[in-house]
Write a protein that binds this ligand. Sequence first.
Ligand code: PHE
Ligand code: NA
Length: 435
Amino acid sequence: MDMAQRETWTSRVGFIFAAVGSAVGLGNIWSFPFQTASNGGAAFLVVYLLAVFLIGFPTMLIEFVIGRRSKQNAVSAFSELGYGNWTFAGVIGVFASFITLSFYSVVGGWVLNYIVGSVTGGYLGDASTFFGSVSSGTVAVAAHAVFMAITIAIVAGGVADGIERATKFMIPAILVLLAGLAVWGSTLSGASAGYAYYLSPDFGVIATNFTSIVPSAMGQAFFTLSLGFGVMVAYASYLGRDDSLPGDSAIIVVLNTIVALLAGFAVFPILAATDALTGSTGAGTAFVALAGAFGQLPAGRIIGFVFFVVLLFAALSSSISLLEAPASYVVDSYDTERWKVAVGVGVVAFLLGIVPAYGYVGLFNDFVFNILLPIAVLFIALFAGWIYGGEAVDELGRGTSLGRGAMTAWLWWVRVVVPIVVAYTLWLGVTNFYA
Ligand code: PHE
Ligand code: NA
């Protein structure tokens, strides 16, 4: 791409929709309930919300500032702004995107199987048997191939327009469907036990499980906000100068949080009603709970079909940004044709994804959450705070009515608090991962 004539988003709303499209995805509806369920419920929720607002929100501002200032993909951005010494910070993000794409596409394949299951009625009988039959093995690999092929086709063809339009309908549809399921869930017999587990924190649980809750919550916060991948850097590189970055970030963070919280309101009463709350929670939690619910609802197959199609859109608007990050880097640095790069990177990610498709989604997920994302965010924060410092504040100040004091507070937060908290998280995460 010719850097001299980079396009910008047609409108502020266009940028926000694209960023929300990347943020809102399987992380909100699949990963969030599953992480919450397996990490003690409300205890996890408290730490997760703190992570989102105290660490995620300021980190999103960093990625936006770097992207808008450099007008480049993450690798070139860190390379240029860091005088060649910080290229690795962008490379880690691109690598995280690539690894994540490999297992995200496997879970995307599960969604495809649930769309088929809505048509055939496959999950109406025993929801957990159905999950077992589609979530690993050849069926999972085949669906993973289809999901990856769709992702490649969109990125290769550059039909991002279609995605922008799809997002405009996807977000309201997700909100309405999840809200409907949440209301229905509230009528179930176990609902109050579900809410209790989800919403009333046992601070003793936080204390006892601190060392496992913190890295999971922090990893979930970065993952769900698409931070540490270089994706938000790239998206902000197309931004015009006069947007308010804090305003845009606030909208993205709040919308993303609402979708996740609603997914919890839908999933937890169902888990409680089916006595699955404290049972073995794993990567299948949300799929089994939701499909089980559709099995009991009048017209459940139709609702299920609509739900999983909308979830597919949410997953695709995230997966294209996951493929776009490594692909745009290769296109920019090696001057290869875009479609060839999309196919090449996508096929390699597909091959790597065969491993999680045989039952190792959780392992890949843990590696990204506990190790890759904290490493990426740690370096991003150190760079923005200590190397880029004053210029970062300058860029943040454009188009916002934030006072000087608030911006200086952000800088010191990014310099000191974010690196210390994330370094601690990383240390815990590494210890857990290799334990
Ligand atoms: N934020 C996405 C989700 O919650 C995952 C994602 C991460 C997408 C990074 C793109 C880049 O599902
Ligand atoms: Na998300």
